[in-house]
Write a protein that binds this ligand. Structure first.
Ligand SMILES: Nc1ncnc2c1ncn2[C@@H]1O[C@H](COP(=O)(O)OP(=O)(O)OP(=O)(O)O)[C@@H](O)[C@H]1O
Ligand SMILES: [Mg+2]
Length: 266
C-alpha cells in the first residue's frame, strides 16, 4: 500500500537578488499513516521549507510530493500546520480561537463549542476559555495553537518547532500532552525540532538532515516501546544508543553552520 505522505526526490531553490539558494537537495522520505516522525537538522537546512512544500504553500523545483496518492497541488485542508509562532487572533478569546476552523467549515455553534471545550480541557486550559491571547502565557498560547489545528481533525499534522521558545519544564509537559493527544486521535505527525532529546522522546523515526542544502543524512528508528513516559524516556537503555548514533551524524552538520557564519556565504 502507498504511504500516506511520499516525498520523492524533492529539491527547492530560491532566487534571491540574482543569487540562487539551494535550500533542499533531492529529499526522499515516506511517512506512514499513524507515524510520528521528527525532523532534526541545523538552522537553515530547509526544515521549514520542507513543511511549506508539504502543505502546498511552495512548489518543489524538482521532484514531487504525494499525499494519499495524489500530488500536492496547492493548499490541502486535510493537512494541519502548527507554525512556530502562534497565529492566535488577538481580538478573539481562547474558545473563539480554538473554534475558528470549525466556524469556517460551517459547523453549528453548539457542536463547535463542545469540541473546542473538550480539547481545551484535555490540555489543561479549562477555566481560561474567555481569556484573550495576551492574557495567556507562552505555553498556554502554544497549547491553544496546537488544539486549534487538531480540532478540524486533519489526517496529517505538520509542526514547526512548536515548543522551541518554551522553558524546559513547560516543554516536557507539552510533549507529554502531545503524545497523549496523538495516541488518542491516531494522527500522523511530522514534527520539526532543534532538540535531539525531544526528537527521540517523541518519534517512531527521527530524520536527520544535513546542513544546507538540506538532504536526508540518516533515518533512525527509535526502539522505545509506547506508551512512553516523556519524564523518564531518557532512562530507557535504547535512548542513549540512539542519541549517540544521531549526535555523531548531527555534530559535523552543526559545526558546518558555525563555519559559514564566520566565513564566505555558500
Ligand atoms: N521565501 C524564501 N526566499 C528566499 N530564501 C528562502 C526562503 N525561505 C527560505 N529560504 C532560504 O532557504 C534556506 C532554508 O530555510 P528554512 O527556513 O527552510 O531553514 P530551517 O531549517 O527551517 O532553519 P531554522 O532551523 O533556522 O528555522 C535558508 O538559506 C533560507 O535563507
Ligand atoms: Mg525553520
Amino acid at each position: 500500500m502507498a504511504s500516506l505522505l511520499s516525498i520523492e526526490g524533492v529539491s527547492k531553490d530560491f532566487q534571491v537578488r540574482g543569487r540562487r539558494i539551494l535550500a533542499l537537495d533531492s529529499v526522499t522520505l515516506a511517512v506512514e499513516k499513524g507515524e510520528f516522525v521528527t525532523v532534526v537538522g541545523p538552522s537553515g537546512c530547509g526544515k521549514s521549507t520542507l513543511l511549506n512544500l508539504i502543505v502546498g504553500l511552495l512548489r518543489p523545483s524538482a521532484g514531487c510530493i504525494r499525499f494519499r496518492d495524489r500530488t500536492i497541488n496547492g493548499i490541502n485542508p486535510e493537512i494541519g500546520y502548527v507554525t512556530q509562532k502562534d497565529n492566535l487572533l488577538p481580538w478573539r478569546s481562547l474558545l473563539a480561537n480554538v473554534e475558528v476552523a470549525l466556524e469556517i467549515r460551517g459547523v453549528e455553534p453548539k457542536e463547535r463549542k463542545r469540541r473546542a471545550g473538550d480539547l481545551i480541557h484535555q490540555v489543561g486550559l479549562g477555566g481560561f476559555e474567555d481569556h484573550y491571547p495576551h492574557e495567556l502565557s507562552g505555553g498556554m498560547r502554544q497549547r491553544a495553537n496546537i488544539i486549534r489545528t487538531l480540532i478540524y481533525d486533519p489526517q496529517l499534522i505538520l509542526m514547526d518547532e512548536p515548543f522551541g521558545p518554551l522553558d524546559a519544564q513547560t516543554r516536557i509537559v507539552l510533549q507529554d500532552q502531545l503524545l497523549r493527544l496523538w495516541t488518542a486521535a491516531r494522527k500522523t505527525i511530522v514534527f520539526i525540532t532543534h532538540d535531539l532529546v525531544e526528537a527521540i522522546a517523541l518519534a517512531d523515526r527521527v530524520v536527520l538532515m544535513s546542513s544546507r542544502p538540506g538532504k536526508v543524512k540518516c533515518i533512525a528508528t527509535v526502539p522505545i516501546p509506547r506508551p512512553r513516559d516523556v519524564y523518564q524516556v531518557h532512562q530507557h537503555h535504547a535512548f542513549g544508543a540512539t542519541y549517540e548514533r544521531l549526535w555523531k551524524e548531527l555534530r559535523p552538520e552543526v559545526d558546518l553552520v558555525e563555519t559559514w557564519k564566520g566565513g564566505a556565504p555558500a
